[in-house]
Design a protein around this ligand. Structure first.
Ligand code: SAM
Length: 220
């Protein structure tokens, strides 16, 4: 993704009450921050935050944390939060590679990945957010009934992600190669900024849901 640096973004992120700056000291205590015992869902690579802010407004019974590593991107989400603050949503301006330092084992109930950077060169495969080494990081923080949901319009990345799920020994809970035409998986779908852009060009949207091995979902 090409990134435009926005002047003042770092300062705005650093002083925002919606951003948690000491994430590494909060491992195991995130429910205290939200002041309740509700499940915590996170989005990694949340971009400008449209998906997560819509989700948080619709589900006050769930606590949300959005992770975005670039302040120039996160800035847009902060501006929206200032206009309409949501009590069940906080942001981290951090690299998801450090996820296991932010959260304790079992602290997170769901992880969303939406239109993650594809890193098309084979030598960069480990940087893909659906690579086995990232799935291991997610497995370390997901709860017993936890799961990962991933959407993309990139078929090569989607196929790679399905292989990662299998290689990591995770269980595939759902899979579609045309989300917007899939009545079951598409139900209640909330569009992201990238999803809006790519689906308006006619690209089908791919989605999978998966859970780490050993995790048994209550509904099964
Ligand atoms: N999820 C949004 C959407 O669907 O509209 C944005 C998608 S954009 C292609 C991917 C975003 O993920 C970028 O904003 C990028 O900075 C962020 N990102 C990529 N790798 C990341 C990482 N390791 N940690 C945190 N954010 C990351």
């Amino acid at each position: 993704m090409r990134l435009k640096h926005i002047k003042g973004a770092e300062e705005a992120v650093a002083s925002s009450p919606f951003v948690i700056h000491d994430a590494k000291t909060r491992s195991g205590t995130w429910r205290q921050l939200f002041g309740n015992e509700t499940p915590i869902h996170i989005e990694i690579g949340m971009g400008k935050g449209r998906f997560l802010m819509e989700l948080a407004a619709l589900n006050p019974q769930i606590s949300y944390i959005g992770i975005e590593r670039y302040s120039s991107v996160l800035l847009r989400a902060l501006q929206k939060m200032e206009e309409a603050p949501l009590p069940n949503l906080y942001f981290l301006c951090e690299d998801a590679a450090e996820l296991a330092e932010f959260f304790a084992p079992g602290e997170i109930s769901r992880i969303y990945l939406n239109f993650s950077d594809p890193w098309p060169k084979a030598r960069h495969a480990r940087r893909r957010l659906t690579s086995v080494n990232y799935l291991e990081r997610y497995g370390a923080v997901l709860s017993r009934d936890g799961q990962l949901e991933f959407k993309t319009d990139n078929e090569a990345l989607f196929d790679f992600s399905l292989e990662s799920v299998e290689e990591a020994g995770w269980r595939l809970l759902g899979c579609t190669r045309d989300l917007h035409q899939d009545p079951q998986m598409g139900q209640g779908n909330i569009m992201t900024e990238y999803e809006e852009k790519f689906s308006s060009r006619g690209n089908p949207i791919f989605k999978l849901a998966a859970a780490p091995a050993g995790i048994s979902l209550a509904r099964e």
